[in-house]
Design a protein around this ligand. Structure first.
Ligand SMILES: NC(=O)c1ccc[n+]([C@@H]2O[C@H](COP(=O)([O-])OP(=O)(O)OC[C@H]3O[C@@H](n4cnc5c(N)ncnc54)[C@H](OP(=O)(O)O)[C@@H]3O)[C@@H](O)[C@H]2O)c1
Length: 290
């Protein structure tokens, strides 16, 4: 049901033939998988992010398979850098067809324990960075009748314990995507907002300051996790079809359905998982003391 073969009977190898993608946060996780899959479907891909070595790995992998790719070092919080990315993409590939605002990270902790700086840092990347990515890309997307893409989260709809800042940032992104879809109606440019559930990536190893730490344990439940390849296939199909919004992973669909239709149950699930993690922390504390 989810694989690309079922996307409208098109020749799947040619789905994005000679289309130019720009993916922020394209050096790891979901962004890197999306870059590789887009290239396999004929796209030329620019990946941007802060770590050049990670971008190079993605570019090398695409080029080894015969594709064309470009690495652009760019922090989405630096808005002039986003404009320079678009200039570099146009100079290199001649056009821009799909801009994916994917860069993001998650701050965890209680709302009342976070500082203004924490809120600022979360929104600088996840919200303002995404907004300015799409703004920078829009003149080129209008020319190509292209596609704007926002990577939201199931957390935009289902609020989980200690996720207040991240959930708020993704809820803002979801509203932004809906507003963009309305504004862009009739222009030939579309906006797709994608809401992943748990997908294997580095996000669980990034700290509250937005720094990757290879030694950090990913706290997410591995059994509910999709591979980034599986996620990339579903994302590409939604982008191709110009879907306005898509929630994915089966558990993600279930969680958002519960949040929308049974909010009291969603609340109880969140409360009980808070109680479970408190109990686990207590147990861990006891066993380290004994
Ligand atoms: N994985 C999941 O389960 C999941 C679920 C729902 C939503 N999402 C969303 O999916 C998107 C991709 O995350 P991921 O899971 O693939 O995690 P990831 O592997 O950590 O990828 C995030 C990417 O964003 C980049 N990034 C972070 N801050 C940046 C900044 N200021 N400027 C430029 N690039 C920045 C990072 O690259 P550099 O560090 O090199 O800059 C990294 O490549 C995020 O928006 C995340 O919120 C993920």
């Amino acid at each position: 049901m989810w694989d690309l073969q079922s996307a409208g009977g098109a020749d799947m190898g040619q789905l994005f033939k000679d289309k130019v993608f720009w993916i922020t946060g394209g050096g790891s996780g979901i962004g890197a998988a999306l870059a590789r899959h887009a290239a396999q479907h004929g796209a030329h891909v620019a990946v941007s992010g802060r770590r050049p070595e990670r971008l190079k790995e993605v570019v090398d992998a695409i080029e080894q398979e015969g594709g064309r790719a470009l690495a652009l070092v760019c922090d989405v919080r630096e808005h002039a850098e986003l404009d320079r990315c678009v200039e570099a993409i146009i100079e290199h590939f001649g056009t821009l067809d799909v801009a994916v605002a994917n860069a993001g990270f998650a701050i965890s902790g209680k709302v009342t324990e976070q500082s203004r700086e924490d809120w600022q840092r979360q929104f600088d990347t996840n919200v303002f960075g995404a907004a300015m990515t799409i703004k920078a890309a829009m003149p080129a997307l209008r020319k190509s009748q292209g596609r704007a893409v926002l990577v939201g989260s199931v957390a935009s709809i289902f609020t989980y314990p200690a996720g207040g800042l991240y959930c708020a940032s993704k809820a803002a992104l979801r509203a932004m995507g809906q507003a963009l879809s309305i504004e862009l109606h009739g222009t030939g440019v579309s906006c797709t907002t994608l809401h992943p559930g748990f997908v294997a990536s580095e996000i669980g190893q990034v700290d509250n300051l937005g720094r990757f730490d290879a030694g950090r344990k990913d706290p997410r439940p591995m059994t509910l996790m999709w591979t980034s390849d599986k996620a990339a296939k579903v994302m590409l199909r939604a982008i191709f079809k110009r879907r306005r919004e898509l929630v994915f992973t089966l558990h993600g669909v279930l969680a958002t359905w519960i949040a929308r239709h049974l909010p009291s149950l969603a609340f109880r699930i969140a409360i009980s998982s808070t109680a479970t993690s408190k109990a686990n922390r207590l147990k861990e504390g006891r066993s380290t003391r004994s």
